[in-house]
Design a protein around this ligand. Structure first.
Ligand SMILES: [Zn+2]
Length: 298
């Protein structure tokens, strides 16, 4: 049986890269980043695993990638995309597609489990358009043991990050800026977090945990204690690591925030309010604030 999956759901710029790296501080957890994009990234010559190797030469992923059928990346995207959620929820995915997806997911997580010896694999592919249904597909179609860790961050801080720094993919030169680039995250935050919460209802209270990134920064020991209880693993070693302010390093992570390229520590939040252009703040207030309040953001 492949290892248990701790799936970090929610929207980007919510602290998932840092959390993913920190969890891998436990020797019993393998961190993978945005694993759903492994095959897409491996097909691009300029993208590399965080170990520094091209994916085709990475000691964790190369063996698995070499044996994959053609067009499997398209199959994965077709199953996991937001537009396919209804078919996943109603159990109407075609049997042939479901079988192929099961082979993909069982093979990938089985390979990572065998390569690392990890009991838990952290997959932080999150819940934006391309991967909104991934935790559901991994659970229902592939029969894997999935728990959803829904990580949120105050949308004002997420938005500030986009307004001041832009998209990760643009920053790394993988695509040109799109129209309304700094506006899209307002709707993106709302949709991704609404979907993550909806899937949480589907998974039930034992397999869904909502965690605010602000709570991780305010009291890391308590937050990691909650994650450990939820995931069924003792995270005492991670808590010691955080409390000693020792840096975390990305091992073999796919995609994600540029923070993965540098050692990271978890530092207390300064509590500084987000600064947004007035028009962005007004738009966010209308679109995202009602849901944000439900998550406990004032
Ligand atoms: Zn690697």
């Amino acid at each position: 049986m492949p290892p248990r999956i701790l799936y970090i759901a929610g929207y980007s710029r919510s602290g998932s890269t840092l959390l993913d790296m920190a969890l891998a501080g436990s020797g019993r957890i393998a961190s993978t980043g945005e694993l759903t994009y492994l095959q897409d990234d491996a097909a691009l010559p300029d993208r590399r695993c965080t170990c520094g190797a091209a994916y085709g030469a990475c000691c964790r992923y190369a063996g698995w990638l070499a044996a994959r059928p053609a067009n499997e990346a398209d199959l994965v995207r077709g199953i996991e995309r937001r537009g396919n959620l209804r078919r996943l929820l109603t159990g109407t995915v075609a049997a042939e597609e479901a079988r192929a997806y099961r082979a993909y997911a069982q093979g990938l997580f089985g390979h990572i489990g065998a390569a690392t010896g990890a009991e838990i694999v952290v997959d932080s592919s999150k819940s934006a358009r391309d991967a909104a249904g991934r935790p559901l597909a991994l659970s229902l179609l592939a029969g894997l043991d999935v728990r959803i860790l829904h990580l949120t961050r105050d949308p004002r801080h997420t938005m500030q990050s986009y307004v001041t720094r832009g998209s990760n993919w643009v920053l790394e030169g993988h695509r040109a800026p799109r129209p309304f680039e700094t506006w899209r995250p307002i709707l993106g935050w709302t949709m991704a977090n609404r979907i993550a919460r909806r899937l949480g209802q589907e998974f039930g209270a034992e397999r869904y945990l909502h965690l605010k990134f602000e709570d991780v920064l305010a009291d890391p020991a308590s937050a990691f204690g909650r994650i450990g209880t939820f995931a069924g693993i003792d995270l005492g070693d991670v808590i010691d690591h955080v409390e000693a302010s020792r840096p975390f390093f990305a091992g073999h992570m796919v995609g994600g925030n540029r923070a993965r390229l540098r050692p990271q520590t978890i530092r207390p939040d300064t509590g500084a309010p987000a600064r947004l252009p007035r028009a962005h703040a007004l738009c966010l207030n209308v679109v995202a604030r009602p849901l944000a309040r439900e998550f406990g953001y004032g």
